[in-house]
Design a protein around this ligand. Structure first.
Ligand code: FES
Ligand code: CO
Length: 332
């Protein structure tokens, strides 16, 4: 197994990261990596839990073990850890003897929301936001991904803020080169988020599930609300059909990440969900193929390093914000 290096980031380690599809976490523990830290997640009757993926006895990975009576069992010598990380049983030890006080596993904050398992390996600075469009019954939320990307998570978020690529990378799906000129738009920065309120983008073919066949001008809202989390809405003003996408990135390493998405729509409930997932898979694959080639691999926060054009003002605002927050991982 490859050596995993823990990387430190004052901001990202205190943030929540989606690490797994909730529907896929069943009765087996699973190992995930956040900022180079190995984490074992598992489900018990009380909910979901995250422990450091390291048995203090001989360093085996707890995620390779199993869950038995709601405790996590190490696969090497069967030590058992409860949800607080406390070792509650050492099978080789004579019955009735005390378990050593140091027999513990590190424990991390863990919760299930929006169809994902979220973990914070530091001290969560805030709870996960509440997005009503993912709880509103007139919408239908659908988890997409995970998408493994050999690139910095910051490059993925920047791509999400970018409008000028839609007509090229997603040609004929989300835009067309003949309609590449962007309308004027304003980036607003508020406490804890940067966003663009409304920007119209012409799309030659209507989105899947739409009853329209001809091109449509969609109105987008885009928002970055955490260094590695963003969302957008895309609305057809003529009929109110709206699609929300939340995208969040699990930083595995400096230049490696896993992307999770929720796509929530208020239309076309009769269209098979698989169509929407497949569409998102296609679109994200198109993005990943470009993002993985970008150099430098990490996002330059010095605005002189790449050519920042005024049409890139959302991405410029993102870079400035990262610098202000002090985000290190995925940036130079
Ligand atoms: Fe885990 Fe020995 S290494 S029980
Ligand atoms: Co894209």
């Amino acid at each position: 197994m490859a050596k995993v290096q823990r990387i430190y980031d004052p901001v990202l380690e205190n943030d929540w990261h989606a690490v797994y599809l909730a529907s896929e976490l069943k009765d087996q523990p699973v190992g995930v990596i956040i900022l180079g830290e190995r984490v074992a997640i598992y489900r018990s009757k009380d909910g979901v839990h995250a422990l450091q993926d390291l048995c203090i006895h001989r360093g085996a990975m707890l995620s390779k073990g199993w869950v038995q009576n709601d405790v996590l069992v190490c696969p090497y010598h069967g030590w058992q850890y409860d949800a607080s990380g406390q070792c509650v049983c050492i099978p080789a030890q004579p019955k009735g003897e005390k378990i050593p006080a140091r027999a513990k596993a590190g424990v991390y904050a863990c919760q299930e929301k929006y169809g994902f398992i979220w973990v914070c390996i530091g001290e969560p600075v805030a709870d996960l936001p509440h997005f009503e469009e993912f709880a509103d019954p007139s919408y239908r939320p659908l988890p997409c991904g995970p998408y493994h990307v050999a690139a910095a998570g910051t490059r993925v978020i920047e791509n999400f803020t970018d409008f000028a690529h839609l007509m090229f990378v997603h040609q004929n799906l989300l835009g067309h080169p003949d309609y590449a000129e962007l309308p004027d738009f304003q980036v607003v920065k508020e406490e804890g988020r940067i966003y663009i309120d409304q920007i119209p983008i012409f799309q030659p073919v209507a989105h899947s599930g739409s009853d329209k066949k001809e091109g449509t001008t969609y109105v987008y809202m885009k928002e970055v609300y955490r260094p590695l989390s963003a969302r957008l809405s895309k609305a057809d003003p003529s009929n109110g059909q709206t699609l929300w996408i939340m995208l969040t990135v699990q930083p595995v390493a400096e230049d490696e990440c896993i992307v999770f998405m929720i796509v929530s729509r208020n239309y076309a409930f009769d269209v098979d969900d698989a169509n929407f997932i497949q569409f998102q898979d296609t679109v994200f694959d198109q993005d990943a193929r470009v993002i993985e080639t970008q150099k430098p691999e990490l996002l330059p926060l010095d605005l002189q390093v790449e050519l920042n054009h005024k049409v890139d003002r959302f991405s410029i605002a993102y870079r400035r914000w990262l610098r202000e927050l002090g985000v290190k991982v995925g940036t130079i």
